[in-house]
Design a protein around this ligand. Structure first.
Ligand code: PEP
Ligand code: MN
Length: 335
């Protein structure tokens, strides 16, 4: 049983509800989702409470019984689609195109790509500053040196930016400058990072772990929602399978499945899903037709010399050709 407090419920009202539940001999988990949410365990606990009595307590908004293991992210909890606002862009209300390099490598590269993708009609820009890399000998990102670059890129282009936080420290450093923070596939179940994200006022882009089920993804989203940050976008980015023709396998059926299970916006990243720039345009178009709320692609001005993920980066020209086709497909497939 979930007990939701009204927004603006006082601390005394919250305490009174907690006392009422504990006095009835039930177990309680308190979180700060939107207002305050109490997750009350009835199974195996001694006591019982009458729901009518709980509903009468001052400050209580409603009681929800959610049968799925994920709660706040579920469609059962909230029927209406969530729309996540990033700067001027509304993710979940139209098709959103996100593009940019895997990593920002230096000021010139970042500015060149930013100007080009802006001209091609990108809605939101991406770019890694802290990079989670498989090998410690690979480029780890500009890190602290790159944070200030975000402000210059924003000033120069007027675009909003999403960038990845790899731990709590990088989250702290990026939070004031990024418009949206990404939690990557490798960190989908970094629960302390998810809790840090839950305390942020910035929207979160949560990528599906490469071996994560949709239930696990949605429970990870619950970590962010339950701490009071309701601005979460889910991102399918390919999962590990037995195939060798692509880096991962794009699980495009995750889009309709997630849209059915959850009220959160869903976008897809065909770059990490395929790992091959030759496959990216076809998959991006399929994503635009899939009912996804957006696509995120990696773009580079010189893919052959990129410091990370060059094999999967579209050239600036290829992205300029793809962007209007994505818009057209998204328009027609939405009817
Ligand atoms: C990325 O978006 O740069 C990235 C590292 O993606 P993922 O976490 O999906 O591997
Ligand atoms: Mn990458």
């Amino acid at each position: 049983m979930l007990i939701l407090m009204k927004t603006g419920a006082t601390a005394q009202q919250v305490d009174a509800v907690a006392r009422f539940i504990l006095d009835a001999g039930l177990k309680l988990e308190k979180s700060n989702g939107g207002a305050v949410t109490f997750s009350v365990s009835q199974n195996g606990a001694r006591g019982k409470v009458a729901e009518d009595d709980v509903l009468k307590l001052p400050g209580v908004a409603r009681i929800a019984h959610i049968k799925t293991p994920y709660k706040l992210s579920s469609r059962e909890f909230q029927k209406a689609d969530t729309v996540v606002q990033v700067g001027e862009v509304k993710i979940g209300a139209g098709f959103c195109i996100i593009a940019g390099p895997c990593s920002f490598e230096d000021r010139e590269q970042a500015l060149k790509i930013a100007r080009a993708v802006k001209k091609s009609g990108v809605h939101l820009m991406r770019g890694g500053i802290y990079k989670p890399r498989t090998s410690p000998f690979s480029f780890q990102g500009l890190r602290e040196r790159g944070v200030a670059l975000l402000e210059e890129l924003k000033r120069e282009t007027g675009l909003s930016f999403v960038t990845e936080a790899v731990d709590e420290k990088s989250f702290d450093l990026l939070e004031p400058h990024a418009d949206m923070l990404q939690i990557g596939a490798r960190n989908m179940q970094n629960f302390e990072l998810l809790k840090r994200a839950s305390r942020s006022k910035k929207p979160i882009l949560l990528k599906r772990g490469m071996s994560a089920t949709l239930d696990e993804l949605l429970m990870a989203a619950d970590y962010v929602l339950s701490g009071g940050n309701m601005q979460v976008v889910l991102c399918e980015r390919g999962i590990k399978t037995f195939t060798t023709h692509s880096r991962n396998t794009l699980d495009i059926s995750a889009v309709p499945a997630l849209k059915h299970l959850s009220h959160l916006p869903v976008i897809v990243d065909p770059s990490h899903a395929t790992g091959d720039s030759r496959f990216v345009p076809a998959m991006a178009l399929a994503i635009a037709a899939s009912g996804s709320d957006g696509v995120m692609v990696e773009v580079h001005d010189d893919p052959a010399h990129a410091l990370s993920d060059g094999e999967q980066a579209l050239t600036l020209e290829a992205f300029a050709k793809l962007a209007p086709r994505l818009e057209a497909v998204a328009r027609t497939s939405r009817g």
